[in-house]
Write a protein that binds this ligand. Structure first.
Ligand code: ATP
Length: 235
């Protein structure tokens, strides 16, 4: 579904990612794990068209997208939930969700999807009239994911959804990521520092160090790899 070939990208004279190759098949949960500053967010932002790639190709359904604008990429069905959530703090929960559906005209289906995200996150239904900025960190993460789902993405890019959240909320968020993937066949690319939990829900994983992929494989293989255990799993 998505393929990155020799992708390089960066900021000014900093090359943040170097020759990244990776592949995501339809229906998979793929995780990209790595330390602070390894290039995880840059990889996602390059796919979304926010950071331009300097070389290589990005193929979505075999079509090159590396020169497309971010809004075109959303229209193709790729939707990113950025690190730090970035919900609209002065809009209510309901209005935030409406914004997620701004490209759509199918009112009945939009209503159905709102009911669906409220079934995933019942707390958001209770808070539907409340301003986004007054929600807790976990609730804002739920809202950011729900807003992205309102665009009915085929590929959902999640940038560190567990960041700054309590263990119980993290567990809940990861469970729901699995559920979204299983129920709708939404393909998920999950960037995480929380390697252990990410690998427990992913089918496959990639490890990035200093802007390069240094390891990839099935999630259970990565969990058993002693180098990865030492570097990323605290074992
Ligand atoms: P983190 O988990 O800390 O967000 P990351 O793996 O997502 O890390 P990136 O945010 O992709 O890493 O950063 C990769 C490199 O690019 C880092 O060296 C970082 O300092 C640099 N970088 C990121 N954003 C910018 C920017 N806007 N301007 C200049 N350098 C940047």
């Amino acid at each position: 579904m998505l393929k990155l070939e020799n992708i390089q990208a960066g900021y000014g004279n900093i090359l943040a990612i170097k020759d990244i190759d990776l592949e995501i098949n339809e229906g998979e949960i793929i995780t990209l794990i790595g330390a602070n500053g390894a290039g995880k967010s840059t990889t996602l932002m390059t796919i979304s068209g926010i950071v331009p790639s300097r070389s290589g190709r990005i193929l979505f359904d075999d079509r090159e997208i590396q020169r497309k604008e971010p809004d075109e990429i959303v229209r193709l069905g790729i939707c990113q939930v950025p690190e730090g959530r970035h919900i609209f703090p002065e809009l209510t929960v309901q209005e935030n969700l409406d914004m997620g559906a701004f490209l759509r005209r199918d009112k009945k289906e939009i209503k159905r999807d709102i009911d669906y995200v409220f079934s995933l996150f019942p707390i958001l239904a209770e808070r539907r009239g409340q301003d986004g900025g007054t929600l807790s960190g976990g609730e804002q993460q739920m809202l950011a994911m729900s807003r992205a789902l309102m665009a009915r993405p085929r590929l959902l890019l999640l940038d560190e959804p567990s960041m700054g959240l309590a263990p119980l909320v993290i567990r809940q968020i990861f469970e729901i990521i699995k559920q979204i993937n299983a129920e709708n066949r939404t393909t998920i690319f999950l960037v995480e520092q929380n390697a252990n939990q990410a690998l427990h829900i992913a089918h496959r994983g990639y490890v990035i160090e200093n802007g390069r992929i240094v390891f990839s494989g099935k999630a259970e293989e990565l969990l058993k790899n002693t180098d990865i255990q030492k570097a990323y799993l605290g074992i």
